[in-house]
Design a binder for this molecule. Structure first.
Ligand code: SF4
Length: 190
């Protein structure tokens, strides 16, 4: 039985995919990232993840299928999460990993993992805890990997194959807080 590997973007997928293939792990990639703002960026990251998947000849599943768009800008902007979650990032991990685990369970996968575990800039322990809870909720396993030692290598691999490497985490808040904010907005116009 296979693992479903949630992927947040192409560059973060490079090292985990390379590592898992070398370990002979059977897995498919899965895209579900409604946090990414704006839609232009959502499409750009998805396209680059597809390039990474093609590079490794790995199957990439898009939630909702080809052409389906799940980019919930308004929800992220609304601040509704404040009543339900300790933080915006906890909500972001929860919504994504809940979807990943449910999809995996409904489609015959026996475990999940996420490329979010490669980034030293993400809340590694919170992601692991939520992924474990979600896997258990849907009756599957969470396959934990600490991919962080390969973060730099993965970013270099992404650069070598010409992937776009974003300068902010994904949501509108991280975009506004980025020191590259102006440059990023300019890139949307190009
Ligand atoms: S900073 Fe990143 S992890 Fe946190 S809410 Fe925004 S996109 Fe999600």
């Amino acid at each position: 039985m296979a693992m479903l590997l949630h992927a947040c973007c192409g560059p973060c997928a490079m090292y985990p995919v390379d590592f898992l293939l070398n370990e002979n792990v059977d897995f498919d990639l899965y895209w579900f990232n409604p946090n990414i703002h704006p839609l232009y960026e959502w499409n750009r990251r998805l396209e680059n993840l597809q390039k990474a998947a093609d590079h490794y000849n790995v199957k990439l599943i898009r939630d909702g299928g080809e052409g389906h768009i799940d980019c919930r800008e308004d929800y992220w902007k609304s601040g509704e999460y404040k009543d339900q979650y300790a933080s915006r990032c906890e909500m972001c991990y929860d919504i994504r990993l809940d979807n990943v685990a449910r999809f995996a369970s409904e489609n015959g996968y026996d475990s999940i993992c996420t490329t979010l575990l490669v980034s030293p800039y993400q809340q590694h322990d919170v992601i692991s805890r939520i992924a474990k809870e979600k896997a258990s909720l849907y009756g599957i396993e969470f396959s934990y990997y600490d991919f962080r030692p390969g973060y730099r290598e993965g970013q270099n691999m992404a650069r070598d194959i010409g992937l776009y490497r974003q300068k902010y985490c994904g949501c509108i808040f991280s975009l506004e807080e980025s020191k590259f904010r102006d440059k990023i907005y300019k890139s949307f116009e190009e």
